[in-house]
Design a binder for this molecule. Sequence first.
Ligand SMILES: NC(=O)c1ccc[n+]([C@@H]2O[C@H](COP(=O)([O-])OP(=O)(O)OC[C@H]3O[C@@H](n4cnc5c(N)ncnc54)[C@H](OP(=O)(O)O)[C@@H]3O)[C@@H](O)[C@H]2O)c1
Length: 306
Amino acid sequence: MKIVLCCTGTKPEPWVDGLRAALPGAEVAVWEPGAPAADYAVVWAPPQTLLDQQPQLKALFNIGAGVDGLLKLRLPPQALVVRLDDAGMSVQMAEYVCHAVIRHFREFDGYEADVRAGKWSYRKPRSRAEYPVGVMGLGVLGARVAQALRLFEFPVNGWSRTPRALEGVRTFAGAAQFDEFLAASRVLVNLLPLTHDTQAILSRNTLSRLLPGGYVINVARGAHLVDDDLLALLDEGHLAGATLDVFRTEPLPADHPFWTHPRITVTPHTSARTLRDESIAQIAGKILALERGEAIAGIVDPARGY
Ligand SMILES: NC(=O)c1ccc[n+]([C@@H]2O[C@H](COP(=O)([O-])OP(=O)(O)OC[C@H]3O[C@@H](n4cnc5c(N)ncnc54)[C@H](OP(=O)(O)O)[C@@H]3O)[C@@H](O)[C@H]2O)c1
């Protein structure tokens, strides 16, 4: 069995070594133009040339959960596209989102500023019941985030494309229930995949439906958000703030207003990182399952976009 690795922006050697250790007997190599035909490719943002030169691939393993970048390329029609299925990401995402929600709800940013100014002051405790959190996307990451928020007793709403039942979460589905979901939420967490249907979904039209003093946490993709609409709603006072981990252009350009906005917290696309060992173990397990003719989880439907 032959495996090629082509992960832009990632040091290849530890992945090659890890895959060789997990799949003894497999030939694992870093892809180069003109490389011999392989059975499987492990990729992140590969060039179109790889796909054009390897039309026989049985599967492409994306070393992230989001496949929006990969699906923009012309893929071998029979090749399965397989995304990372948690592999240690959901607990990181739960940490990040709970941290952002609690930091806002408990006004820790305000306390930090007070303490830096040498000020010992109290703020009136807020009512948790008045801070319902809406989670957009109830997949591998969104469901884990919704459950983690429940532990802190926030009312949690969830929205997905098809109806989902999650214990302790008020769920909504499809375009027909989107407005109702937004109107019931004060904090909005975006964990949707970036697809034709979801691009620019965080816009004036949708964000203005949140309860007044809304707070936006975008941890999915930058193209979900209409940047100027967020800035306008912050200036108008309808939104109280935002925590943003993903941006239309990454790294975020030096002159982008998000860097310095007093009510926006920026992090450098770090909310849920790909963990190498977990990812290699998952990919190797799936390759072995495919070789045995077994079904695997995490297969992307290119028509659906996720
Ligand atoms: N910032 C980071 O570090 C980071 C790290 C990892 C992933 N991500 C992002 O997080 C995204 C989600 O990952 P995941 O593993 O949770 O994905 P997933 O398991 O595929 O779940 C996607 C969820 O979104 C819902 N959805 C899709 N299209 C929709 C639509 N048009 N309307 C309403 N709901 C829709 C799906 O509904 P159904 O349940 O009905 O299918 C599902 O609940 C990824 O695509 C990636 O962009 C970001």
